[in-house]
Design a protein around this ligand. Structure first.
Ligand code: AMP
Ligand code: MG
Length: 504
């Protein structure tokens, strides 16, 4: 077979569809050149998935492309227009202020994927910003997004990180870097809002057709395609947020411009994984009200979907009243849809077989919720408690005792374990099958904040070793990697003041 990506010296076999949409949906831009580009991280496996030769991507002229110094053959770089609600407040124009879409490639599975530079300079959407990104946040996004992918959570990916050899000025002068981000697309709820707010039904329609063809071709011929598109996005978002909840992930800035239409996690600014379980856990320095706390994420997803529903209304057939009524009914069904997705995640985590008998549903939801509240009341680590359950499932193994020790009051946990083991007795899965299934859904390794910080600090000093180790370990989060067990542990004393920041 002749592979288009390897027949010439071109790096990417770009096939750009967004630039064929109406011109007012984006701005043509060129990335700003970097002074002294140096490749720091390259995601070889992702490159292969994208039908890009990883060796080719590491060559100096390709690194120039990844730094923004050279426009690759076939690239038609743009910044996308979008708007959004930030912390509930409407902002009519945001857009790619520090990102440039180089183009789209078709991956090994025939899926169209965006290749975007983040941190490559100003665009018409930069407002007061410099369009640049500091090294630390670029490396952090690389590590955390790739960890999410390995955990099985839909996400934008990180193809490369390049140091620019320049300073970026925040409170301090920091080293600059550019991330190459890969996404199923970068269309957001806020992209629809941008055109809805401008009464630009033609652009709304073009955008809806674009994402339908790209992400949801099955709804193209529906009776009301915009309604079916909404339903499809709603289902992906319910699934996505349920998966976040299942790994203790806190996105941190669920503004409508940070919610994708594709259902991938996007924007790794203030996100973090929690250690001890807390429904109200917040890490973001700017989230003073706890709007985006762990336990609020389903409600915020619902809120954001209301904004999407509203933006799609002009595309529904029939009278405005009829359109509102149908959309409202769909929006109102989100909490139940989410609950089903969440319960599916939690049932897997608890080692229950996927085919649920209807009568078990209420009981299982209560079982999961009670474990979480017992964890919270006892300061138990979210990840290690779930990981440890496999050892407590009958027949209990020697490692079972260690899980009890996570709980300030082991008796409270034991009472829960009693209920859970009684429930397992009624489940058809065999103990051996169950242990395997649980260890494939409850990770041992997550990007622990203290370990990520440690690795970033070393990288700032020029030592990428700890970051590379962390990256390799997090690529296999479900495997016991005994020599790296310290990377699975929570911090000795939790840093209650740990704060995350917006702004790669
Ligand atoms: P975010 O916090 O990443 O969701 O970004 C919100 C908005 O601010 C987006 O329009 C970004 O493009 C813009 N933005 C964030 N940082 C910068 C920056 N350094 N320069 C220009 N625009 C920025
Ligand atoms: Mg953003």
């Amino acid at each position: 077979m002749v592979d288009a990506a390897t027949t010439s010296d071109e790096i990417f076999a770009f096939d750009n569809s967004y630039v064929r949409l109406p011109e007012r949906m984006f701005a043509r831009v060129s990335p700003a050149p970097a002074r002294e580009p140096r490749l720091l991280l390259l995601n070889r496996r992702l490159a292969e998935e994208l039908r890009i030769d990883p060796d080719r991507l590491g060559r100096p002229d390709a690194v120039e492309v990844l730094a923004g110094n050279r426009i690759a053959e076939g690239s038609d770089p743009i910044a996308m227009a979008y708007a959004g609600h930030q912390f509930g407040n409407w902002v009519p124009q945001l857009g790619d202020g520090r990102a440039v879409l180089l183009g789209e490639v078709i991956d090994r599975n025939g899926q169209r994927r965006d290749v975007q530079l983040k941190g490559s300079g100003r665009t018409p959407f930069s407002r007061m910003g410099d369009g640049k990104a500091p090294l630390g946040p670029v490396l952090r996004e690389f590590i955390v997004s790739e960890a999410m992918a390995a955990l099985g959570v839909p996400t934008t990916r990180s193809l490369a990180a390049v140091a620019t050899g320049e300073r970026v000025y925040r409170e301090d002068a920091l080293s600059g870097a550019v991330l190459t981000r890969v996404a199923a697309s970068h269309v957001r709820v806020g992209t629809f809002q941008y055109f809805y707010a401008r009464d630009d039904v033609e652009a709304l329609k073009a955008l809806a057709d674009h994402v339908t063809a790209r992400h949801y071709p099955e709804v193209a011929d529906a009776e009301a395609p915009a309604l079916s598109l909404f339903e499809a996005v709603k289902a992906r978002q319910a699934d996505l947020v349920a998966r976040w909840m299942g790994v203790g992930f806190i996105h941190g800035v669920m503004n409508t411009d940070n919610m994708t239409i594709s259902g991938e996690t996007i924007d790794y600014g203030p996100c973090a994984f929690m250690d001890a379980h807390r429904e109200g856990q917040v890490f973001s320095s700017i989230d003073v009200g706890g709007r985006y706390a762990y336990g609020n994420q389903p409600r915020i997803a619902h809120w954001n979907l209301v904004q999407l529903a509203q933006a799609l209304l002009p595309l529904l057939p029939g009278s405005k009243e009829a359109a509102v009524e149908r959309m409202q009914a769909s929006v109102d069904a989100f909490p139940e849809l989410f609950q089903t997705a969440w319960l599916g995640v939690m049932r897997r985590k608890l080692g229950l077989s996927p085919v649920a008998e209807a009568r078990a549903v209420e009981e299982d939801a209560g079982l999961a919720a009670d474990l979480l509240s017992t964890m919270e009341a006892n300061g138990a680590d979210f990840t290690l408690t779930f990981r440890g359950l496999a050892a407590l499932a009958p027949p209990e193994t020697a490692d079972g005792q260690a899980v009890r020790d996570f709980f300030a009051d082991p008796g409270a946990f034991d009472a829960w374990v009693g209920r859970w083991t009684a429930r397992l007795a009624a489940d058809p899965m065999s103990p051996a099958e169950r242990r395997v299934a649980m260890n494939q859904t409850n990770p041992l390794f997550i990007p622990r904040n203290h370990r990520v910080e440690e690795a970033l600090a070393a990288a700032e000093e020029g030592d990428l070793g700890p970051l590379e180790t962390l990256r390799a370990v997090l690529a296999r989060p479900f495997e016991d990697q005994a020599e790296h067990v310290h990377l699975a542990q929570p911090p000795l004393s939790e840093d209650a003041a740990y704060r995350t920041f917006c702004g790669t």
